[in-house]
Design a protein around this ligand. Structure first.
Ligand code: URA
Length: 266
């Protein structure tokens, strides 16, 4: 081989990296951050107070747009779900977009009575551009089927619409920051208005944090609350259930509560 490394040595090096958790290429080409830093222009020295050029009025800086204001305007102008998807695609203020392969907007039945709000795409969702398609998503589908709901149920009344607080995958699946959640919230509020569900399920802590301003899913789960004027039920996230199978008992109780609520709403 030209590099001087044979196939087996290269494979062993890759396996070692994967074992360390570095299982993804983040960029197409490596970035030499030392070289980048050296090439940054140094900020101009400020004149000391009392020196020429130190007038009281600060130099005019170009105003940075407030991401929440931009998001509120863009979301408010979206009259349909397609327009909202396009607005998200054109929103350039969330850095997560740079590292994501796809925008993950939503899946399921737009006319469904239930809207599920998850946290953020993971690796599988980022690859496919659809929410909840990995292991947690497969468990979610089984949970929904247990109460005769589904994202593409032949009876639209039993169809479910699924989306996430964040439409882009955070690097290494880290928790989104309060700032990232804050700038995506206007889109989520508009998303709820456009889907107009009868009931909302908040999957996990991040969606409770975003929509209720509270965390602590162990205490919140199973108690109906309100989001955007609609009944909302916090539940354990299916990824949590995969790690803590003993919590499936509570998840089953919550699914029954959802079913009972839908029957009462009929
Ligand atoms: N977890 C989420 O909250 N959403 C997804 O789409 C996938 C995993």
């Amino acid at each position: 081989m030209e590099s001087g490394m044979d196939y087996w040595a290269a494979k062993a090096a890759l396996d070692w990296l994967v074992e360390l958790g570095a299982d993804e290429a983040i960029g197409e080409v490596p970035v030499d951050r030392f070289a980048l830093e050296a090439s940054q222009p140094k900020p101009a020295a400020q004149p000391a107070a009392g020196q020429p050029g130190s007038a009281a009025a600060p130099a005019q800086q170009p105003q940075e747009a407030d991401p929440v204001e931009v998001a509120t305007r863009m979301a408010g102008q979206a009259a349909t779900l397609e327009a909202l998807r396009a607005a998200l695609g054109g929103f350039e203020h969330c850095e997560l977009k740079q590292g994501a392969r796809n925008l993950v907007f939503a899946d399921g039945t737009e006319a469904g009575r239930v809207m599920i709000i998850g946290e953020a795409p993971g690796r599988d969702e980022d690859r496919e551009g659809l929410p909840f398609v990995g292991r947690a998503g497969q468990l979610l589908d089984r949970m929904l089927a247990a109460i005769d709901l589904g994202r593409t149920h032949p009876d639209a009344e039993r169809g479910v619409y699924i989306t996430n607080i964040l439409p882009w995958r955070p690097p290494q699946n880290r928790d989104p920051t309060a700032e990232e959640i804050g700038m995506m919230l206007p889109f989520m509020r508009r998303h709820i208005e456009l889907v107009d569900p009868e009931a909302i399920v908040l999957m996990g802590n991040i969606s409770c944090q975003a929509m209720l301003g509270r965390r602590g899913i162990t205490r919140l789960r199973g108690t109906w609350t309100e989001v955007a004027g609609r009944p909302a039920l916090p539940m354990f996230h299916p990824a949590y259930l995969l790690r803590n199978p003993h919590a499936k008992r509570e998840a089953w109780a919550d699914l029954l509560a959802l079913r009972a609520r839908l029957e009462g709403l009929e």
